[in-house]
Design a protein around this ligand. Structure first.
Ligand code: ADP
Length: 393
C-alpha cells in the first residue's frame, strides 16, 4: 500500500520545523499523494527560508516511505502566502535528500526548446468554466482520440473549447490536429494556442525536439505541465480538455495540485485486462479527489466495409465496469477506418461528417460529447458552480 496522507501528516507532526517553533504539520496546508509521488503545500511568510523546510519535509517523508517499504517516486513542496498565492516551489526526486539546496525550477532538458520571456499570470485559468481531464489506465486505448473528438464535438455544440496535450510520453496532438507545419508563437510573453478545427490547442509535442526522446522526471514534468496551463493565452473558455499521459503519476498529481478540475473521463476498451487498468486510473482520480464524470468505451465494436458491426473485443465490458463502480457510461465509440485515417491526417472534423465517416461514428461521437457536457453541468451543480440562476418570488 502506498503511503497515505494520514501517515504523512503524522510524520510531519513529529518533525520540528526549521522555520520556527512547532512542527512541520503546523504550517501544512494540503497533501496529495498518488502511487509514491507526494506533493505538500506549506503556508509560510514570504521572508522564510524555504529550502531547509523542503529538505526536512522530504527527509521525513522519505524515511516514512523507506520504513513502509514503499517507493517515493517524486516529492514537491509548494509554499503559499496568506492569500494562498504560490511564492516558491521546491521539487526533489524520490531518492536521498540532497546535501545542498534544491533547485527551484525544472533543470534544462536535452531536446526541450525553452521559450524565453514567458510570463505567469496570477490566476491563469480563472476564465475557464469546466476543466476536464481525459485519462486511461494504459496507452493505446484511444485516450487522445477521445480527447480530440470530445474537444471538437463540444466546439460543434457552440462552446469555446481548449485542448491541452499533457501526454508528455507520447504527445499525439501534432499529428491528430495536423499541427506539423505550424510554428508555435509567443505574443506578449504568452504561448499562443493553435486555432484549428474550431478549438484552441497546445501541445508539448511542439515544444520538444521530436527526434530526441525525453526522460521526464517529476520536477520536469511538473514544470512542463504548469508552463502549458499558466503561460498559454487561453482566454475565456467553456471547456479545457486535458489529454493526460497514460497510467498514473506525476502529471496527474501536478494537475490535481494546481488546477480546479470539474472532473475526469476514463477511456477504456472492452477487454477484461483493459478494465483492470481503467480501475487503477479510477483509484488514482479518487485518491486525488477528482470526481470521475464517467467512462467511455473506445474500440467498442468494429464497423466493416459491409456496414455490419462485429464485437471483436467483447462489446460492453467498459459499460459493465462503469456500472460496477456506479459511474455514468458516456458512450461507445466503434473502431473504424475513418477515425484512424482522420487521426493520421489531422482532420478530426471529418469524423462528424457522415459523408466521410458513415452514420455510426458521427452519431457515437455526438452522443459521447452530449453526455460529457451533461455530466460536467451536473458536477458543476453539485459543487455549486452552475452559474447565475433566476429566483422568482
Ligand atoms: P492513447 O492516447 O490511448 O495512447 P490514441 O488515441 O493515440 O491512444 O490511439 C492510438 C491509435 O489508435 C491512433 O492511431 C488512433 O488514431 C487509433 N484509434 C483510436 N481509437 C480508434 C477508433 N475508435 N477507431 C480507429 N482507430 C482508433
Amino acid at each position: 500500500m502506498p503511503i497515505s496522507k494520514e501517515q504523512i501528516t503524522t510524520a510531519l507532526a513529529d518533525t520540528p520545523s526549521p522555520a520556527g517553533r512547532g512542527s512541520l504539520a503546523d504550517c501544512l496546508e494540503w497533501i496529495a499523494t498518488c502511487e509514491g509521488a507526494v506533493s505538500l503545500k506549506f503556508h509560510l511568510p514570504s521572508s522564510a527560508d524555504f529550502d531547509p523546510v523542503a529538505i526536512t519535509a522530504h527527509k521525513a517523508v522519505r524515511t516514512l516511505a523507506v520504513g513502509e517499504g514503499e517507493p517515493l517516486t517524486s516529492f514537491t513542496a509548494e509554499f503559499v502566502d496568506q492569500q494562498g498565492k504560490t511564492i516558491a516551489t521546491r521539487s526533489l526526486g524520490g531518492g536521498a535528500p540532497p546535501t545542498s539546496a534544491p533547485v527551484a525550477s525544472p533543470p534544462p532538458t536535452p531536446g526541450h526548446r525553452p521559450i524565453p520571456g514567458l510570463k505567469t499570470p496570477d490566476n491563469p485559468l480563472a476564465r475557464v468554466k469546466h476543466i476536464i481531464a481525459i485519462g486511461a489506465g494504459k496507452g493505446g486505448v484511444g485516450k487522445s482520440a477521445v480527447a480530440v473528438n470530445t474537444a471538437v464535438g463540444l466546439a460543434r455544440r457552440g462552446h469555446a473549447v481548449g485542448l491541452l496535450d499533457a501526454d508528455i510520453y507520447g504527445p499525439s496532438l501534432p499529428t491528430m490536429l495536423g499541427l506539423h507545419s505550424l510554428e508555435q508563437s509567443v505574443v506578449a510573453g504568452k504561448l499562443q494556442p493553435y486555432a484549428v478545427h474550431g478549438i484552441k490547442a497546445i501541445t508539448l509535442g511542439k515544444l520538444v525536439d521530436p527526434d530526441k526522446p525525453l526522460i521526464w522526471r517529476g520536477p520536469m514534468a511538473h514544470g512542463a505541465f504548469t508552463q502549458l496551463t499558466d503561460q498559454t493565452d487561453w482566454g475565456e473558455l467553456d471547456y479545457l480538455i486535458i489529454d493526460l499521459p497514460p497510467g498514473t503519476g506525476d502529471i496527474a498529481l501536478t494537475m490535481a495540485q494546481t488546477l480546479k478540475l470539474r472532473g475526469a473521463v476514463i477511456v477504456c476498451t472492452p477487454q477484461q485486462v483493459a478494465q483492470d487498468d481503467a480501475v487503477r486510473a479510477l483509484r488514482m482520480f479518487q485518491q486525488l479527489n477528482i470526481e470521475v464524470l464517467g467512462v467511455v468505451e473506445n474500440m467498442s465494436y468494429f464497423v466493416g466495409d459491409d456496414a455490419k458491426t462485429y464485437d471483436i473485443f467483447g462489446r460492453g465490458g467498459a459499460e459493465q465496469m462503469a456500472q460496477r463502480f456506479g459511474l455514468p457510461f458516456l458512450g461507445a465509440i466503434p473502431i473504424t477506418m475513418p477515425l484512424r485515417i482522420h487521426s493520421d491526417t489531422g482532420e478530426p472534423i471529418k469524423n462528424f461528417d457522415p459523408a466521410h465517416a458513415g452514420d455510426l461514428l458521427p452519431r457515437a461521437l455526438e452522443t459521447m460529447t452530449a453526455n460529457i457536457e451533461a455530466q460536467a453541468a451536473l458536477a458543476a451543480m453539485r459543487t455549486g458552480a452552475a452559474g447565475p440562476s433566476l429566483s422568482i418570488s
